[in-house]
Design a binder for this molecule. Structure first.
Ligand SMILES: Cc1ncc(COP(=O)(O)O)c(C=O)c1O
Length: 382
């Protein structure tokens, strides 16, 4: 019921605190199955200070708009492109929807189809429903990467684009993006890379010497990339990223917004009014940590993943779904659902998905949290 009379701030805060006391927090070390993390203190500070900035009306906040542009430029450069076109958006879902929308609008075929791996994130189901684009699923190989031959078999005159995943949601697998890029070039079809998770991992992991395929704009067929700062970028939610190689993609999804206080602008994002503070926080985090800083974060996460995978292998009745590729470790056991339920009852923030439990080594996850988890796991498995 909408309250008739207001109450004192402290009373409101006390009531709210009570209501959300059961929420798991990242600093508890109990959240092991999320791609989000405890935001960096600098990012939190920026959000607090600049919470009023609206990138939906950039004529009012011209400085923030410039900072968003610079952020897109820095992300493009991380992804091997001198000048990219895009936005800081609400997350990977919006970024993927924008890419599909741009591919559909530039292809202009009557019955648009998008080819994507069976491992693709469910955001593409939303894109399909919203945009009237049929999804054509390509099968996976034994290593859970997309079967590129199957992708090729599924290309038709209606294909508006191909999707490759650089860091799948379930297993962190990186598809053979170079081979997908070759296909895209041969058939003249744009390739979208969903690096929502991997975008802030792969460049640094490669620099650390991990053997991972190229996945970005250095490959000619790649026309757009999703890269989410609110995952391994350590920026508060919401902060996703979409980068296009060419301006024409952004233009194809831009709508005139005539009435804004800051004058007429063109808007490509799904959201109208949108948080400027989060874009400022992405900018600040990139400036603050730099390539070296993110490399350190990724180094810890990758090493922890390999240690954890080794520990899991020593537990009878537990098996790895596959060796970790990025900082995600997924495993199965007999009676997985019972084990999941019991682990959740003990306060662990995990979920069983497609027949396995996925642990994401985000920056808030420490070895002692994993040791406690392993102890509980050994007690709950049959
Ligand atoms: C590969 C991939 N793409 C897209 C998304 C969607 O991102 P968001 O939840 O920020 O919308 C996710 C989320 O986990 C993801 O793993």
């Amino acid at each position: 019921m909408f309250p008739e009379k207001g109450v004192d701030e402290n009373e409101v805060l006390a009531e709210l605190e009570k209501k959300i006391e059961k929420d798991l927090t990242f600093d508890s070390g109990k959240i092991l199955g999320s791609m989000c993390t405890y935001p960096h203190p600098l990012a939190r500070r920026i959000i607090r200070e600049y919470i009023d900035r609206n990138l939906g009306d950039p004529g009012l906040h011209v400085g923030s708009r410039k900072v968003e542009e610079e952020t897109v430029e820095m992300l493009s450069s991380l992804l091997g492109l001198e000048k990219g076109y895009g936005h800081i958006v609400s997350g990977g879902t919006e970024a993927n929807i924008l890419a599909v929308r741009a591919f559909r609008n530039t292809a202009r075929v009557e019955k648009p189809e998008l080819i994507l791996p069976e491992s693709a994130h469910f955001s593409f189901l939303k894109a399909s429903d919203l945009l009237g684009v049929k999804l054509v699923w390509a099968g996976l190989k034994e290593d859970y990467s997309v079967d590129v031959d199957d992708v090729e078999d599924k290309i038709t005159d209606n294909t508006i684009g191909i999707v490759g995943i650089a860091g799948t949601t379930g297993l962190g697998v990186v598809d053979d993006i170079p081979a997908l890029s070759d296909l895209a070039v041969d058939y003249g079809i744009p390739l979208h890379v969903d690096a929502a998770f991997g975008g802030f991992v792969i460049p640094f992991a490669k620099a650390l010497g991990y053997d991972l395929p190229d996945f970005d704009f250095r490959l000619k067929g790649v026309q757009s990339i999703t890269i989410d700062p609110h995952k391994m970028g350590m920026v508060p939610i919401p902060a996703g990223g979409i980068i296009f190689r060419e301006k024409k993609f952004l233009e194809s999804i831009s709508i005139p917004a005539p009435y804004l206080a800051g004058g007429k602008v063109w808007q490509a994002t799904i959201t109208g009014t949108r948080p400027g503070a989060n874009a400022l926080a992405v900018w600040a985090m990139i400036k603050h940590l730099g390539f070296e800083g993110y490399k350190r974060v990724v180094k810890e996460a990758m090493e922890l993943s390999r240690w954890f995978a080794g520990e899991l292998k020593r537990i009878p009745g537990v098996y790895l779904i596959r060796e970790p590729v990025l900082n995600i470790v997924s495993f199965g056991t007999e009676n997985l659902e019972t084990a999941e339920e019991e682990l959740k009852r003990r306060g662990w923030g995990i979920s069983a998905h497609r027949g396995y439990i996925r642990i994401v080594m985000m920056p808030h996850v420490r070895r002692e949290h994993l040791e406690a988890f392993l102890g509980d796991l050994m007690e709950v498995i049959p």
